[in-house]
Design a protein around this ligand. Structure first.
Ligand SMILES: *[C@@H]1O[C@H](CO)[C@@H](O)[C@H](O)[C@H]1NC(C)=O
Ligand SMILES: *[C@@H]1O[C@H](CO)[C@@H](O)[C@H](O)[C@H]1NC(C)=O
Ligand SMILES: *[C@@H]1O[C@H](CO)[C@@H](O)[C@H](O)[C@H]1NC(C)=O
Ligand SMILES: *[C@@H]1O[C@H](CO)[C@@H](O)[C@H](O)[C@H]1NC(C)=O
Length: 511
């Protein structure tokens, strides 16, 4: 056993020591947020005081990657520690009427932690399927509690989505001809369409309540908080609308940051701030096609939808006062590593599957080098024929294929545009991301042959290990599966309309 006092001496920290008192986990996840979007990652006009506080007193990651430049696959990999090609969450993303979802035999972080007696909750955007009778909802994948929209908030007709100033329609279009966006509580629809201006507040209230109930019951907890911010179309409640110098994107980001602040405050009030590991990152790069209403990849090339670093390298922060020493790490790390890391800290065994994540406690506690040496970049539409588009090995990144994307349209860089068609490179383009993080200068000349050969060998070895799971997204869409609060009503989708929030929304499940 270790006393808190001994643990607080950084040099004496050991993972066994931490296990004596397993921490709570809060996993914060932003949507379509770029590498350059936070104040603490260099944005001049974003107001993110709470995330900046986490970064100043925690560990900021410069080289943190997700596994996909779009939403559903990135989230599947986050929650399973496996590339999405294994779990079948490809190509593209899931829709409200999708027949498939994250297969139930995949083991999520929530399931791993539940085996150790953790109570679990998810608040926000799922995007890993709903399916017939809610087959794929978070409640079926280890989350005791769920409040949220199970997909993107533009996957409905944007009704009730008014932006600042009030009653002004949001910029752009959402999906038409499908049901309006529902808010689920557990497996029941509580509200349809969602009231976006109240949504983030409902989320952060629910998160706080969950933390209080878990602490009162003396149970370790896992809170997964994937916000809809800062995905298009941006919105913000009254407290934040018009408050940011950065416009609607800045307001949405500021509202998310405000929720982070409320969660921090709750952890302090509940007396568990020193026993909770908070991890923050985002699902994929910025949606540059929204111009100044989209996010910003900072000095990285392109954004969402591409396998350039702007599409898949994300801001990340780990915070745990007294345990994680404040600083910046350049260690190569990934959303894949969160499951094995949380498992290690909770003393849970790993799922018996081909896992792509590695335990990153070495990086968190400054105990040694990162176990991760490589990162593989799958495009939005992966196929066995093309395999990975790019490979990062140490500080090098080799591109075998590149392709622009509609999501990254409109910047002056032609490579990002959808008009930049699939290109194959033999030999691969090679960049040194330490001296050239913007992927501008192909390393040419025979002196780089050995690096290219080494990466080729790593790529072949990885691809030989990947068995593509049956595509869940290719199972297609059935409009009858779109979630509706009046299941047997007609005519759909208009009749799927419920405005009364059930008073039970407040109750938290702890078993
Ligand atoms: C889940 O089940 C499918 C279908 O039987 C199988 O192909 C897949 O390998 C299983 N996945 C895991 C993680 O066990
Ligand atoms: C959903 O469950 C109900 C009640 O168990 C059943 O009658 C219905 O067939 C199920 N629907 C689907 C699409 O599986
Ligand atoms: C957390 O630890 C700090 C530093 O040891 C201490 O000042 C603070 O009171 C602790 N907070 C709680 C809620 O235990
Ligand atoms: C990149 O450099 C390699 C090695 O010198 C060279 O063979 C290749 O043609 C270059 N690729 C491009 C697109 O310039």
């Amino acid at each position: 056993m270790c006393s808190q006092r001994i643990i607080a001496v950084f040099t004496l920290i050991t993972v066994e020591c931490i296990r004596a008192s397993p921490p709570n986990f809060v996993l914060l996840f932003a949507d379509d947020l770029g590498y350059g979007d936070l104040g603490c990652f260099g944005h001049p006009s974003s107001l993110t005081p709470n995330l900046d506080r986490l970064a100043a007193n925690g560990l900021r990651f410069t080289d943190f990657y997700v596994t996909s430049p779009v939403c559903s696959p990135s989230r599947a990999a986050l929650l399973t520690g496996r590339y999405q090609t294994r779990s079948g969450i490809y190509p593209g993303v899931l829709y409200p009427g999708s027949k498939g979802g994250l297969p139930l035999n995949e083991t999520t972080i929530a399931e791993v932690l539940k085996s150790q007696g953790y109570v679990t909750a998810m608040v926000g955007k799922w995007h890993l399927g709903v399916g017939p009778n809610g087959t794929y909802l978070p409640t079926r994948q280890g989350f005791d509690n769920y409040l949220g929209i199970p997909y993107s908030h533009d996957q409905g007709p944007c009704q009730n989505l008014n932006c600042f100033p009030p009653d002004v329609k949001c910029f752009g279009h959402c999906d038409q001809g499908v049901v309006t966006v529902p808010v689920f509580f557990g497996e029941m629809i509580e509200q349809q369409p969602a009231d976006f201006l109240q949504l983030e507040k409902a989320y952060s209230d629910f998160a706080s309540q969950f933390i209080h109930v878990a602490v009162q019951n003396k149970l370790p907890f896992f809170l997964y908080y994937p916000s809809h911010h800062t995905h298009y179309p941006q919105y913000a409640g009254a407290e934040y609308a018009g408050m940011s110098p950065r416009g609607p994107f800045g307001d949405a980001l500021m509202e998310f940051d405000g929720s982070v602040g409320k969660i921090l405050q709750t952890l302090e009030e509940a007396g568990v701030i020193n026993n909770t590991l908070i991890f923050f990152t985002g699902d994929n790069g910025p949606e540059l096609m929204r111009k100044s209403r989209g996010g910003n990849a900072g000095l990285l090339k392109c954004g969402k939808g591409t396998t350039y670093d702007g599409g898949m390298r994300e801001p990340a922060i780990a915070y745990w006062p007294g345990f994680i020493q404040p600083g910046v790490t350049r260690a190569l790390s990934s959303s894949l590593d969160i499951l094995p890391t949380f498992a290690k800290l909770a003393g849970a065994s790993l799922p018996e599957v081909e896992l792509d994540g590695v335990d990153m406690t070495n990086v968190l506690f400054n105990l040694g080098p990162s176990k991760r040496k490589t990162m593989f970049f799958y495009p939005t539409f992966p196929s066995e024929k093309y395999g990975v588009f790019a490979v990062r090995w140490k500080n090098y990144k080799a591109h075998y294929y590149t392709q622009g994307a509609a999501h990254s349209e409109t910047t002056p860089d032609k490579d990002c545009s959808v008009l930049s068609i699939l290109k194959h490179y033999d030999p691969p383009l090679l960049f040194d991301l330490e001296s050239d993080p913007s992927e501008n200068y192909n390393l040419s000349g025979p002196e780089w042959d050995s690096v290219r050969q080494q990466i080729q060998a790593i790529k072949e070895q990885f691809e030989a290990s990947v068995v593509f799971g049956e595509s869940e997204i290719a199972k297609g869409i059935d409009p009858a599966l779109e979630p509706c609060c009046n299941p047997n009503c007609s005519p759909k989708p208009q009749c799927c309309h419920c405005t009364v929030m059930d008073a039970d929304t407040a109750s938290i499940t702890i078993t």
